[in-house]
Each structure stands twice: as structure tokens, then as C-alpha cells.
Design a protein around this ligand. Sequence first.
Ligand code: CA
Ligand code: CA
Length: 165
Amino acid sequence: MTRAGKAIGASLAMIVSLGFVSTPAHAASQMTITHSITVTGYVRHQIDVHLPMNKEDAAGYIYWGAKIELECWGEDVGPDQYLYDVPGIGQTFTGTPKRAPYPPGHGVLQATEDGVHLTTLDLYPKGEDLNEDYGLQDEIYCKAKWIDADGGTLNAKSNVASGYF
Ligand SMILES: [Ca+2]
Ligand SMILES: [Ca+2]
């Protein structure tokens, strides 16, 4: 083969390997969700979801349309209170980045060496969205639902974050 022929062959191989994302070899089997709320001038709420797996499987799931749905609740003595506007950017997250001004790298499913990650970041005025008990301490938890392109699901519930939000 000529040198030019070899170069073309090499670039074709590269295109094929970059363009083809295989179906994950193993089903996602576990998921964790944690979150934190800090109050300064505003209320900063971050949610982190992680599904451990290898990077190749993570990329495959995201490529084929996996999504994570998040919802957050206020823990109460009676029925818990559903927080309609939390996360502020919406409930459904995929491999498609959210539009600016949502922080880059947040709100989008990402494939890393240790699996699929999703991190959200929302800022709320103090005393509003996360203030589920007026005049009292608030207790917030979040739930994540993973739905892969084949309809496989996983569910996880976070820690409770308490404070005056
Ligand atoms: Ca409460
Ligand atoms: Ca409160």
C-alpha cells in the first residue's frame, strides 16, 4: 500500500471508531443520588447522580438516549410535599446540554471513567422554592429515576438536607 493509502486507511478507521457507539454490554445495576443546599445571599442547590460502570458503557447509554428524571420533596410529619419547581431547570436530563445560562457541564449526562454522572446546580431566592415549612426548618430530599433506551429503570433516593432555606 502507498503511504497515502495507509494514511487514508488510518483516518477511516478513526472515523469508524469515533462514530460508532456500541450498545452497553452490561445493564446499569446501581445508582446513587446525593444533594447539598447552602445558603448565602441566595439558596444554592446541587444534586449529584452517579451510576457506576465503565466509560464505554456510560457513553453507549447516553448515546442511545438514556435519561434521568429528578424530583424533590419536603419531608413533613404528614404527607411529604412535592416541590414543583425543583430542580429549577426542569426534571428531565439527557446527553443534550441545557441552554445557557445554565452552567456548562451541569444538567447533562456525562460519561466518565467511573460511569454516568449528572450534576445540577440551581440558585433560588431565600424563602421561596426550598422553603417548604414557613418559619420553620426545612427538610429536603430528592429522587432520581434512570430510564435507559430499552425502558430499563433504576430508582434512588437522596439524603435529607436540613436548614432554613
Ligand atoms: Ca418539613
Ligand atoms: Ca422554612
